[in-house]
Design a protein around this ligand. Structure first.
Ligand code: TRP
Length: 451
């Protein structure tokens, strides 16, 4: 386990206080040695040099390597928990140092946007934020902001969980009428997975079609692949270099848990991820909707931004979309049985849900009728909270499941009938996305927008 931060801080203060008393040389030497040791420890834990009187900055929170035994694992590469209810998100807010999206913030978003909050906000699926009040303050003063999000294209077919940030980003784009930049980190997937560069780039273009099928406005949206854009845009590479200058290897170890044997490429890539945030306008704030496992990237970005003259980006964090087998981990494209893909047929959707979706129901109909089911661990019910828009219908389903009036098979049927048309419609819209449309979205151009 990592030493607690306040320990070295406090000990350092004790060591250097009361300089008027004189000590024998041996004690002074020992104190100096202790001080040096604590400084090294401080640097190991925070990734930063100790500065008297300064708290470690935001990016040092929650190093991703080695959570304590009772902690959930949440970093850009791993998400897991031992609880069937899923990750403890309240604890995660404390650990990451972000803020909860409370009812007051949801009400404020409603007031400023003039729209009913999206079900992801109403139901706590987007549950955490950084500086969202600042974004709304700016909005109230008629100042605009822009959106940035992304996707690491690790396979040709995306699954339903991948849609969550894009469905929400589309809603934000519509209600606030703002430009959007979407980064496809094909370089990231090449560096982390056993894939060829060509495949990663091909997946980026294929995934762009699914993203476009979510309905983004071509006049306000720019999508880019790192592998293409890094060489094509001098501005982009300049920002990468600026960020690299301000991030030390120790910080990267602290934030991402990198070790001496991680490739140099991984180190470099993590700076390309936030780089697109920094265009040439230094007065416009960026808002990043993303799943909370991506937060380490943006803790680093928020640390660097003011040092290179930009406002810190604000964030809206979502929960994870559970695997079919249970909320102990998120849906993963590399495990076909854990996922419902956007390419699945109605029959595949039905079979996977019936066969794999973890049930909070009882073993026999009699027991279920008597004791009722548990929606808090039931994957079908969890999926409905993501996709069934009608609050009253959802609440009725929940109550009927808890009372035992609704059986697991019936609950699964409702989910199947919700997902089948949703995915069929997605496939229909995706078919309309031609190579020409992809090219339009992916061509660098001024967005049709006055900020
Ligand atoms: N790192 C993300 C992934 O592996 C992709 C990504 C790039 C991203 N930029 C982003 C995600 C911005 C959220 C927001 O999937």
């Amino acid at each position: 386990m990592k030493p607690h931060l306040s320990f070295p801080l406090k000990s350092l203060c004790v060591c250097v206080s009361d300089s008027s008393v004189s000590f024998p040389q041996a004690e002074i030497d020992a104190a100096v040695q202790l001080l040096l040791k604590l400084k090294v420890e401080y640097k190991q834990v925070t990734g930063q040099d100790y500065k008297a009187g300064c708290l470690p900055s935001e990016s040092s929170v929650a190093p991703s390597n080695g959570p304590a035994a009772d902690q959930d694992t949440v970093d850009p590469w791993n998400v897991s928990t031992t609880s069937a209810k899923g990750v403890d998100y309240d604890k995660l807010i404390v650990r990451f140092g972000s803020s909860k999206i409370d009812q007051e913030l949801v009400d404020r978003i409603e007031k400023v946007s003039g729209q009913k909050p999206h079900r992801f906000l109403r139901r706590g699926i987007f549950f955490s934020h950084r500086d969202m009040h600042q974004v709304l303050d700016a909005c109230e003063k008629q100042k605009s902001f822009y959106l940035y999000t992304g996707r690491g294209p690790s396979s040709e077919a995306m699954h339903v969980g991948h849609l969550i940030p894009f469905i929400f980003t589309k809603w934000l784009q519509d209600v606030f009428d703002i430009p959007l930049v979407i980064q496809l980190t094909d370089d990231e997937k090449y560096l982390w997975k056993d894939l060829t560069i060509e495949d990663c780039h091909r997946f980026a273009v294929e995934n762009a079609k699914d993203i476009i099928a979510c309905g983004f406005d071509v006049n306000k949206t720019f999508i880019f692949s790192d592998l293409d854009y890094m060489g094509a845009s001098p501005e982009f590479y300049r920002n990468v270099v600026k960020i690299e200058k301000h991030v030390t290897f120790n910080q990267v170890k602290g934030i991402f848990g990198f070790t001496d044997s991680d490739s140099r490429g991984r180190n470099m890539m993590i700076t390309s991820l936030p780089s697109r945030l920094f265009g040439n306008r230094k007065d416009i704030q960026c808002l990043i909707p993303c799943a909370i496992d991506q937060d380490p990237y943006f803790r680093m970005t928020r640390d660097v931004a003011p040092r290179i003259g930009y406002p810190k980006p604000a964030l809206l964090h979502s929960t994870f979309f559970p695997a079919l087998q249970g909320a102990q981990t998120k849906m993963s494209a590399s495990d076909a049985n854990s996922s419902i893909f956007l390419t699945d047929t109605p029959k595949q959707i039905k079979n996977k849900i019936n066969k794999y979706a973890f049930s909070g129901g009882k073993d026999t109909v009699e027991e279920h009728r008597k004791y009722g089911g548990n929606p808090d661990v039931d994957v079908s019910f969890m999926y409905l909270t993501f996709f069934l828009d009608d609050d009253e219908q959802l609440e009725k389903i929940r109550q009927d499941y808890v009372s035992g009036a609704l059986l697991t098979g019936e609950l699964k049927k409702i989910l199947i009938e919700t997902l089948q048309p949703m995915i069929a419609q997605h496939q229909e819209r995706r078919k309309q996305v031609t190579d020409e449309t992809v090219k339009q979205f992916m061509t660098p151009r001024p967005l049709n927008f006055k900020l």
